[in-house]
Design a protein around this ligand. Structure first.
Ligand SMILES: [Zn+2]
Length: 380
């Protein structure tokens, strides 16, 4: 599965004067449909084919495109892709090739540019929070990782517990009870420490906790404060019989609600910074492009699925909605069918954060909004 490291490597790919081909192809869930993946890829590449033969194009570019198509066809023939989508980024003349599996379907598309077209990939990835799931009872705990609808067991631990007490024996009933409680508390602390370590190492976005309803509060109390804040939901389940299917069913709504809350909170924060009117927030594509040009964007929100044509300077970092020459350095601009993609990449390059909003909020009308690190200088 795709990692942050791969994403950053892809963001840095360049064609350096030659076309970099970005291709997204859906991989159907149905195995019969999936078998036709080479066919799907071919229909996407139908748009590239004529260019590879176009004599008005530089020979190096034509050869590079042919190499790109060949490599992609080879990949779908020989690799086993899982349902969702596969993305290719290729510029064979520059020895650039990346193929990544995406966890959900995106639209089949091809974009030729000097830079990789990354927005569908980023949008897909940020939809998936990494959730740590723990199911705990008084003596045992099992931990799963949830990412992109996949659940993997990652840890299991068990602690000492009281054997069936023999009440007729030496120990008084309240002492038995006391001892059992003590062992359970110890087990909860042990589990909490393990979880804290996992979080430290893997940086999960949220934690979901399951178990017997009566036992959960005591376990939650044992969690260190930092971890408790990450608990996005709890669920009731019998730890003895719990299986993958049950976990999925219980955790899905917790993760969905978490993601929705994150979206709404971010939209609220950014719109508030716009409303305050001190220049620390902007609304609309044009202002966001200017903000990204001067590296002012802290958090960028874009409406998921929206595409806007625009221009990028071939010399400096200027981005705009139109114009053949750059107003900053007077170099020629490059037209692009999705300036929001350039915008997204520019913000990520400057360590800003980007989120594609799926909810129907005020962002839908303006397509983009951003909170800023500093108020913008006047537009040139
Ligand atoms: Zn420029």
């Amino acid at each position: 599965m795709i990692t942050a490291e791969i994403v950053h490597r892809i963001l840095r790919l360049r064609g350096d004067g030659l076309p970099l081909v970005s291709v997204y192809v859906r991989v159907p869930t149905d195995p019969t449909d999936r078998a036709d993946l080479p066919g799907r890829l071919n229909s996407v590449l139908d748009q590239v084919e004529p260019m590879a033969e176009d004599k008005s194009l530089d020979r190096a570019a034509r050869l590079s495109l042919r190499g790109d198509m060949e490599r992609m066809r080879e990949e779908v023939r020989t690799e086993r892709w899982r349902p969702g989508a596969v993305a290719f980024f290729s510029c064979s003349a520059r020895d650039v090739f990346e193929a990544v599996q995406l966890p959900r379907a995106v639209q089949d598309r091809v974009v030729l540019d000097e830079t990789p077209w990354v927005r569908p990939m980023l949008a897909v990835l940020e939809e998936y929070a990494r959730c740590c799931v723990v199911v705990v009872d008084r003596a045992r705990a099992r931990v799963w990782e949830w990412f992109a609808d996949e659940i993997e067991p990652i840890a299991a631990l068990s602690d000492r517990t009281m054997r069936k007490p023999n009440y007729a024996a030496t120990m008084a009933e309240d002492r038995v009870h006391h001892k059992a409680e003590e062992l359970a508390r110890e087990h909860y602390r042990h589990t909490a420490a393990e979880l804290a370590q996992l979080h430290e190492a893997d940086g999960y976005d949220l934690l979901a906790v399951g178990g017997h309803r009566a036992e959960l509060p005591q376990f939650l109390d044992a969690l260190p404060r930092g971890l408790r804040k990450r608990v996005a939901g709890t669920f009731t389940v019998d730890p003895h019989t719990v299986d993958r299917g049950t976990i999925k069913q219980k955790v899905e709504p917790i993760v969905a609600r978490y993601m929705r809350d994150v979206d709404l909170r971010l939209v609220g924060e950014v719109l508030e910074s716009v409303a305050r009117g001190r220049g620390f927030g902007v609304l609309g594509v044009a202002d966001c492009l200017w903000a990204a040009t001067v590296k002012a964007v802290e958090t960028l929100l874009v409406q998921d699925g929206a595409m806007v044509a625009g221009v990028a300077c071939t010399n400096c970092s200027w981005l705009g909605t139109s114009g053949d020459t750059c107003p900053l350095c007077e170099h020629a601009t490059r037209h692009t069918e999705d300036i929001l993609d350039e915008l997204t990449r520019a913000v990520i390059d400057e360590s800003g954060s980007v989120r594609h909003v799926q909810e129907d909020t005020d962002i839908a009308e303006h397509l983009a909004a951003a909170s800023l690190r500093f108020p913008l200088p006047p537009v040139p």
